[in-house]
Design a protein around this ligand. Structure first.
Ligand code: SAM
Length: 286
């Protein structure tokens, strides 16, 4: 297994992230990108005007419970995330109106210092089929340093260059993950309901990390963070309760995914781990 200052890097660790992070040393990662369950609590099926069913996020992993349960869940992973973050490190988290304000309040209560909230404006959002509310066309990202006095990485010039020479703003218009980038299962259905677009992670990692940095994603999903980290020369540590998700990226190899250099243990013989080395615990080497 590859290591960086004695922590495993470029791996996916399987399990509950609050528990798995306990196995990582204090102050060992440079950046965290966390895309936690939003706890959507949708009430029943949603249909389009033509009566077709909307493929909504109704997975068990998103059903955390009531607000108290969600707060306990958030505190558990945020405390560990804070412990493993280097003093000048920073954390990004993303969410919707269902959860982001609760997570933001905890960040502040724990001593994180919010640097920006970024609006990801979706250029192709799903309509509000019932016509009872505004189209839900954005998600919110929070970028926070570990403390008020920390000096987190911000690649100002790179962002300006990416934005036609004009200072990058905090509202980013980017499409949702679709087309060839969207990982599909054998039936042609989405492999994961909330796969994030690489363009979003590209901006986050380019802006707030440097080559060689270790980026931790405690809710790895299909591993968008890992794929972009690899492309940008950063190391990643992914934690995922259901590591089967990440094998879709490995086995699907969409056009945007570079050829893999590493091959090791996979949870399913039919899903060769071409993109990511996967470990089921820190003790089992690739
Ligand atoms: C919102 S999705 C992340 C999607 C990811 N950003 C991507 O681009 O594919 C949240 C992920 O967290 C995982 N998850 C939920 N609870 C978890 C926990 N306690 N520890 C680790 N992973 C968890 C779910 O299985 C799901 O894949």
């Amino acid at each position: 297994m590859k290591t960086n200052n004695k922590i495993p890097v470029d791996v996916i660790l399987e399990g509950d992230c609050a528990e798995v992070m306990k196995t990582l040393p204090d102050e060992s990662v440079d950046l965290i990108f966390a895309d936690p369950p939003y706890n959507l609590q949708l009430g029943g099926d949603l249909h389009r005007p033509d009566n077709s069913k909307v493929d909504a996020v109704d997975n068990d992993w998103d059903q955390i419970g009531d607000f108290d349960a969600y707060d306990l869940f958030s505190c558990a992973w945020l405390e560990e995330a804070r412990r493993v973050l280097k003093p000048n490190g920073a954390l990004w988290t993303i969410g919707s109106y269902h959860n982001i304000f609760r997570v933001g309040a905890f960040l502040q209560d724990m001593g994180f210092w919010i640097l920006n909230d970024v609006i990801w404006r979706k250029s192709n959002p799903m309509p509000n089929f019932k016509g009872t509310r505004f189209t839900n066309a954005h998600e919110t990202l929070i970028w926070a340093s570990k403390t008020k006095d920390a000096k987190p990485t911000f690649n100002y010039a790179a962002m300006k260059a990416l934005n036609d020479g004009v200072q990058m703003r905090s509202d980013w218009t980017l499409p949702i993950c679709a087309g060839g980038e969207r990982l599909k299962n054998k039936d042609g259905k989405k492999a994961h309901p909330t796969q994030k677009p690489e363009s979003l992670l590209h901006r986050v990692l380019l802006a707030t990390s440097n080559p060689g940095d270790v980026v931790l994603d405690p809710f790895f999903g299909t591993g968008t963070t890992g794929a972009v980290a690899k492309k940008l020369g950063r190391h990643y540590i992914g934690i995922e309760a259901d590591p089967g998700y990440a094998t879709w990226r490995a086995s699907a190899s969409p056009p945007s995914t570079p050829p893999a250099k590493t091959c090791c243990r996979s949870p399913s013989p039919s899903a060769p781990c071409r993109g990511f080395p996967l470990v089921r615990s820190l003790k089992r080497d690739c």
